[in-house]
Design a protein around this ligand. Structure first.
Ligand code: NOJ
Length: 752
């Protein structure tokens, strides 16, 4: 027998003693064995069922529901918000069902429970995994007060198309940044110990490639090469799995013709066999039976068969398993062992969550919800998510002594809208709006509020005159525009992503006053600005910033804090340019600023010419409005002296790349220093740039810091044509810069 704890550390490492979690895992598997051996087929199928109808929130639970729980026909509920019902359903499951298996209550706690943080796209704009982890932790602490033990988050869908409404919920377009976010969310939701009463199971969704929906139309088909799937779209999911994500959700879309809920390649080959996932996979809302609409299954029984064969463990709201699994097993179409696997996966997570020991919440909401600390984190997260897009003549930050401020636009005082999409439990009453925050800063008299438009889609010009009159008498105009919360999120794609309604017109009219005009955008996606950007002096992207959006925006406008965010997505000039993203492949004819011939320079009646036959749009060129990683500050950061610790590295080696960053401006500020590489020649075409590192630094005026990144040969791996993960010898370029379009360049070589 080993006494590992008594011997020196060096011996501990070489001994064969078990780590504590292995012991726990084995105990859990034994408990599952014993439960499974006693469960009826009906009870096993029950564990795979997740129900979520609105009647669950009524005062009285129906006898049908109670009976279903009593008979072990439900494994999970979603969206039960009535605390008495949560308690009662759990009590019936534990005390009155034969197996006594606890239920798991799920909810979409996406960017906060009561304290609402910026939308996930805004959180990605912080480029700060530490802040994101804190937001997820608070979300878990708050949500567990209501008995929620499972959130359908994080959403990890890479998105290159801002027309897609769900870009608001995504971590943006880049797999490296998204992976950093994935890890932070998992850590925050699940904590150090999943069985803690403040932890909730995370759900990496939507598996997979949902964000690549054709044309940005929600639920749409995805046609994608396996290489792109693996190197870009699956990367954050892999990170989530490695970080211990307890559950995954299958997506609505089909991937290359196979809907995810029946996709054996995704759910079995990749997730289980290649990655070793041992949690459970839930379908999306009725996505199992929607396989009939897809034309992938002939009827509900066929849908149950396809989903079961693909390895889908739990069915959300539709009832294909409940109706047909038993029959499919009896007919030997599905093996009962497969069902046992589903139940095992589900029970494993219930055990890990500590639900068997602690099925009820014991947390006091009053001490946990919307505390000052939580609100402070929300304010900091919003500040760090705010991206300064334009600041002509350094008009920002505003001086507190600026005389009168005209506040216009539909979103200056819209407490519900600033919370954004997916805020089931957040309340508008708790929101601090920009208008209230500005009045706090400057006093009532100096802030004149004439919105001109009541809501973002409004077309009526009725309020224009009052707004213009207020602007005439002011020293600065602050226009709070963008999108109402409902214009992004699920099934809210837009073909045109300009400012909706009459906002552009109002901005145009306001600019005619010749007063300095600052546009603050609150929206769930990048908004194309080409019609109005020249009419503004400064533009701030605040996303939908959440409960503390108002104070955060005011802090930034008046320079109490510097705008901390950088774009997690490329910002298009116009929707016709989409998809536009920084890590694209090169064509054989890349565009070139020096040779580009714009549409208006083409002589009328000219014969077809081959001048400037490169890849671009004749009318708008080839550059986005703002590149990925972009964001201004109130000071000036200069980059110099890029150095590599080695010019040649070998497989398996790592090296350092560093540069000096100098704050040459007059104010302190934060910079997000970014590292990009390009693999010049590959077995398949490699992207023109790929993010491989980033770090946030804060420098006082005149201060300089050397920033060092460590890059290993493994970081350069990609999938070749045979789908092998390889690092190929060859030449690479590397940049350290402030965004994907600027930076100091160096080269290195990778040798075998
Ligand atoms: C459908 C959405 O696609 C998914 O993200 C969400 O978690 C479920 N509905 C449950 O609300």
């Amino acid at each position: 027998m080993y006494h590992c704890f008594l011997v020196p550390a060096i011996v501990v490492f070489s001994c064969t003693c078990r780590k504590p979690y292995e012991t726990t895992d084995k105990m859990i598997e034994r408990k599952i064995d014993s439960l499974l051996s006693d469960m009826t087929l009906e009870e096993k199928i029950g564990q795979t069922a997740q129900r979520g109808e609105s009647s669950l929130n009524n005062g009285n639970l129906s006898e049908e529901i109670k009976d279903a729980v009593r008979k072990g026909r439900v494994g999970s509920f979603l969206n039960v918000t009535n605390p008495d019902n949560v308690k009662e359903l759990q009590r019936i499951a534990i005390e009155e069902s034969r197996s006594g298996i606890p239920l798991i209550f799920a909810r979409d706690v996406i960017h906060g429970y009561k304290t609402i943080f910026p939308i996930p796209l805004g959180l990605a704009a912080t480029w700060n995994p530490g802040v994101v982890e804190k937001c997820a932790r608070i979300s878990a602490e708050e949500a567990t007060t209501a008995g929620i033990k499972w959130t359908f988050a994080p959403m990890l869908d890479i998105c290159r198309d801002p027309r897609w409404g769900r870009i608001a919920e995504s971590p943006g377009e880049d797999p490296f940044l998204a992976s950093a976010m994935a890890k932070a969310y998992i850590k925050g939701f699940q904590g150090d110990d999943l069985s803690s009463i403040t932890s909730i199971a995370a759900c990496a969704k939507h598996f997979a490639a949902y964000g690549a929906a054709e044309g940005g139309r929600d639920y749409n088909s995805v046609s994608i090469s396996e290489q792109l799937l693996r190197d870009v779209y699956l990367k954050p999911f892999y990170t989530a799995q490695q970080a211990g994500a307890a559950t995954f959700m299958a997506s609505f879309n089909d991937v290359n013709g196979v809907p995810s809920s029946g996709n054996e390649f995704l759910l079995k080959q990749i997730l289980r066999d290649e990655w070793g996932f041992d949690g459970f996979v839930v379908s999306d809302w009725e996505s199992v039976t929607e396989m009939i609409n897809h034309g992938f299954c002939s009827d509900t029984m066929d849908a149950a068969r396809r989903a079961a064969m693909a390895g889908l463990d739990m069915e959300m709201t539709s009832t294909a398993y409940e109706k047909y699994l038993e029959m499919l097993i009896q007919d030997n179409i599905i093996n009962e062992k497969q069902l046992d696997e589903f139940v095992r996966n589900i029970l494993r997570i219930k055990f890990r969550l500590g639900l068997f020991e602690q099925p009820y919440t014991t947390r006091n909401p009053e001490k946990v919800l919307l505390t000052d600390d939580n609100l402070d984190v929300a304010r900091q997260a919003a500040i760090q998510s705010i991206v300064l897009l334009k600041n002509q003549g350094n008009i920002l930050p505003l001086d507190k002594s600026t005389g009168k401020i005209a506040v216009a636009g539909p979103l200056a005082d819209a407490p519900h809208e600033q919370l954004g999409t997916w805020i089931y439990d957040g309340e508008a009453n708790d929101s601090r709006t920009p208008l209230a925050a500005l009045r706090n800063y400057l006093g009532q008299d100096r802030v004149v509020f004439e919105p001109g438009l009541e809501y973002s889609r409004q077309k009526s010009r009725e309020g224009f005159n009052k707004s213009l009159a207020a602007a005439e008498n002011a020293d600065v105009i602050l226009f709070f525009g963008g999108e109402e919360a409902i214009l992004s999120g699920e099934a809210h794609s837009r073909a045109d992503i300009n400012l909706p309604g009459a906002q552009e017109e109002l901005i145009n009219r306001l600019s005619e006053t010749n007063k300095p005009l600052v546009l603050i955008i609150l929206a769930g996606r990048p908004i194309t600005l080409s019609n109005i950007i020249d009419k503004t002096d400064a533009v701030i992207m605040a996303w939908h910033p959440g409960t503390m959006g108002g104070p955060a925006i005011a802090d930034v406008l008046f320079g109490k804090s510097s705008p901390g965010g950088r774009l997690p997505v490329t910002w298009p000039v116009t929707a016709g340019q989409i998809p536009v993203y920084y890590n694209h492949n090169n064509t054989g004819r890349p565009p070139d600023e020096d040779t580009f011939i714009p549409i208006d320079s083409i002589p009328v009646g000219i014969w077809q010419t081959s001048l400037d036959n490169t890849s671009h749009y004749r009318d708008i060129g080839f550059k986005p409005q703002f590149p990925f990683g972009y964001g201004l500050t109130y000071t000036c950061f200069e980059y110099s002296n890029i150095r590599l610790s080695k010019a040649v590295i070998h497989t398996g080696e790592a090296f350092e790349i560093s540069a000096d960053i100098h704050n040459t401006g007059l104010r302190e500020g934060s910079e997000i220093v970014q590292l990009y590489v390009r693999d010049l020649v590959g077995d398949i075409v490699r992207p023109v740039k790929e993010l491989k590192g980033f770090t946030r630094i804060h420098l006082q005026p005149g201060e300089q810091q050397r920033v060092t990144f460590v890059l290993s040969a493994d970081d350069l791996a990609f999938h070749n044509r045979k789908m092998e993960l390889v690092t190929e010898p060859g030449q690479f370029k590397v940049w350290i810069g402030k965004n994907s379009d600027e930076g100091l360049e160096a080269t290195f070589e990778l040798k075998k």
